[in-house]
Design a protein around this ligand. Sequence first.
Ligand code: CMC
Length: 429
Amino acid sequence: MGEFAELTFRGRTIRLPVVEGTEGDTGLDISVLRKELGAITLDPGYANTGSCRSAITYIDGEQGILRYRGYDIAELAEHTSFLEVALLLLRGELPTRDELDAFTASVKEYMVVHEDLRHFFNAFPKDAHPMAVAGAVIGSLSTFYPESMDPKNIDESKESCRRLLAKLPTIIAWSYKHSLGRPMTYPHHSLGYVENFLHMLFSTPFREYVVDPVVARALELIFVLHADHEQNCSASTVRVVGSSQANMFASISAGVWALWGPLHGGANQALIEMLEHVRNAGLTPQQFVDQVKTRTASIRLMGFGHRVYKNYDPRAKVLKKAAFEVLDKLGVHSELLDIAVKLEEAALKDEYFIQRKLYPNVDFYSGIILQAIGIPLTMFTAIFAIGRMPGWLAQFNEMHRDPDTRIARPRQVYVGQARRDFVPIAQRG
Ligand code: CMC
């Protein structure tokens, strides 16, 4: 037996094997705990619980490090395209030029959705949130592709991965078109993945949207930076649902809905709403920070804080620089960016934020870029979903190839009523 930890409980001592990660992460394997000691662990929000071994993404929250398959996020952000990163996450290695070209071509082919699916959009209310539509339509893909739904079958999984990666931009763009009452725009073979999304979002039959390379690159950067983030809420949701052997479409649609919440992917939309509130209420950044600290209105500084990062989120670092560059190139001045920078300054020197190690996260500057490149506010979280798709897919596949995978089924400590006698309805009152 290698290294172990000893745990003594009610006079019995057991040995818990130590599991070491490649970068020094340490886990205690407690899988025998209940059998040996008759007790379970209690860990709200799973803040101390490792749910799996994973070789996809590494985060050192203390140092502010994020790597996909060993590659630093800042380097990937500078040098790679989104589909290149998608292949890296899915296969474990960066693709060659030929591999990337072949993958890009096949993903483009799949961007068209089944024509019958187009009619689904008409059934949603015009003001339906794109995340609600995306979750529903992704789930419905399982009705179209029953032949590629066995999560244990590698070829079927590859097929479903390509479909999900390719079709989500179309689904999201069409949900936007539906909200405007405008005709759906089809993907075009001559355009790349990101350009196609922008084309479907903004082109109409009477006016072709000409994609500005600055806008396309900014969006691609956002996709790359969001592509995976290990066992976050939505990725864990995908794994939990998939652990029942539910198909990939069902599992990913659950992930989309988990992402929607304002504490997770919904924070980018909530951030802009917060900055607009600060501006419209005429608050100084310090006044707003003071309001957050008093907690009377239970408001949080959106785009700040993270379960894992206790340092500057490396994605926020890249995005802060990119926000200034993109706005400069587009000749846009953003009052909200000025407010965000001042809020950041005020928070970072405030004892409340220092003590709790709260720093800007990925959402603090992404929203400002999205706004500057013309993405409607209600689409922000959906943009996050497009970016996160490769991560969800890689996590789903890794789980299904892991021999340790069991159905996810946590325990609880029951704190309700002890056993009591049933009272017939006539005697209650
Ligand atoms: N503003 C004010 N106080 C905060 C904030 C914030 N943004 N974040 C955490 N705190 C406080 C919190 O009140 C608590 O204080 P105390 O110990 O006195 O009770 C302490 O910091 C620890 O917070 P927590 O809620 O226990 O931390 P958590 O790990 O459970 O939550 C979080 C992480 C991201 C949900 C939280 O920091 C938050 O709500 N942030 C704002 C929403 C946001 O920006 N979400 C995007 C996350 S990054 C993208 C993604 O992964 O989706």
